[in-house]
Design a protein around this ligand. Structure first.
Ligand SMILES: Nc1ncnc2c1ncn2[C@@H]1O[C@H](COP(=O)(O)OP(=O)(O)O)[C@@H](O)[C@H]1O
Ligand SMILES: [Mg+2]
Length: 367
């Protein structure tokens, strides 16, 4: 087990810099998820930690030792990939125990370790099968067991669940979290799936084009996204965005209507142009004329515990998630009520979150 310290790390391929000076401290035993769309540099960063990719500038230390010039096998990391690369002609037990066999461990000791590790990931009944006789989820568990048995200081996962169907993905997500809770190895997990990231992480690292955009617990990032980019990436259904100008007590929307803001926030940015982020689950449907603005109902999607309503608001589409499921009529206006405390406010030009400045009279209203 080990902490990982990443200091101003850069990666260039030829003239193209694809990771631009990343700083990140990962605590011993922490489960970190690196989240971002395809091509943002997640795998490159992970592979630099593993030693599979050279570091162009900066420093990576594992358990206090700079590893920049260490071979992958000297770093104490185990990597779990999307395609598990199991040996097809070997049994599950042989696959799991292979690294120990290569290292020369005596047979009896090796078999005992295989037995214990296989039990910890629920593979005891499958030890004599070959990978071809296993389901995708079982193969995933063999890949995990093969990594666990080496007792690595650090687990590195590169989208290991992306090949699985939706139900299995969720099951394996739970499995990985259970295993982590049991063995508490420092883990870095890369994914483009925000839900996977939210549910697995102790802390999330949101990346954008080779930079870290925000680091925080899933709750911090959900409740206080640092930018339009993060707000739009995290949360499902996705955050709605409107634009307007900040005035006393609220935002005058470009599309008409006024959204309330906490007093301190409105005062701090009076006159500025802003983007407003509204989470579908924080909006309420009310009769036309009774909300912050009216929007025209288009269609809804039944989700069981709640219903997702889709509206047209001038040139924008907007969604509202409601557990109350009020009746609506296609093509008719409904009022959309917005609570001041639920508004996410971002600068129109930079997309960065606008906050109420330092000492304010009503700290309980600061978002
Ligand atoms: N071996 C390589 N040579 C050149 N460019 C690469 C190489 N590997 C990755 N890249 C580029 O680096 C960027 C980040 O890639 P990657 O880390 O794989 O992103 P992600 O894992 O987030 O999808 C992309 O623009 C990709 O095209
Ligand atoms: Mg990748």
């Amino acid at each position: 087990m080990a902490n990982i310290s990443i200091s101003d790390v850069r990666k260039s391929y030829g003239k193209d810099e694809v990771v631009h000076g990343v700083n990140l401290e990962i605590a011993n035993g922490e489960f970190i998820v690196i989240l971002g769309p395809s091509g943002c540099g997640k795998s490159t960063l992970l592979r630099m930690i593993a030693g599979l990719e050279s570091i162009s500038a900066g420093q990576i230390a594992i358990a206090g030792t700079v590893v920049n010039d260490l071979e992958p096998r000297e770093r104490g990391c185990a990597m779990v990939f999307q395609n598990y690369a199991l040996y097809p002609h070997m049994t599950v037990a042989e696959n799991i125990g292979y690294a120990l066999k290569v290292s020369g461990m005596a047979k009896a000791e090796r078999l005992e370790k295989v037995r214990v590790v296989a039990a910890s990931v629920g593979l005891s009944e499958f030890l004599d099968r070959r990978p071809g006789q296993l389901s995708g989820g079982q193969r995933q568990r063999v890949a995990m067991a093969r990594a666990i048995i080496r007792e690595p200081r650090v687990f590195l996962f590169d989208e290991p669940l992306s090949n699985l169907d939706a139900k299995l993905r969720v099951q394996m997500r739970h499995e990985i979290r259970r295993i982590h809770n049991r063995i508490k190895a420092t883990s870095v997990f890369v994914t483009h799936d925000q839900q996977e990231g939210m549910t697995l992480a102790d802390r999330l690292v949101v990346m954008n084009k080779g930079n870290i955009e925000q680091v925080g617990t899933p709750e911090e990032i959900y409740h206080s996204p640092a930018s339009v980019y993060v707000g739009g990436f995290i949360g499902s259904p996705a955050m709605n965005f409107l634009s307007g100008q900040i005035v006393a007590g609220g935002v005058m929307l470009a599309n008409g209507g006024k959204i309330p803001l906490p007093q301190a926030l409105a005062v701090a940015h009076n006159g500025s142009l802003a983007q407003i982020g509204l989470r579908p689950e924080e909006l309420t449907l009310v009769p036309a004329g009774k909300g912050a603005f009216d929007a025209t109902f288009e269609f809804s999607e039944e989700l069981g515990p709640s219903r997702l309503y889709h509206f047209q608001f001038e040139d924008l589409t907007l969604s509202v998630l409601s557990a109350d499921k009020p009746p609506v009529e296609q093509g008719k206006p409904m009022g959309i009520r917005v609570e001041a405390g639920s508004v996410h406010l971002f600068a129109a030009d930079t997309g960065k979150r606008l906050r109420a400045r330092e000492a304010v009279a009503q700290p309980e209203l600061v978002v």
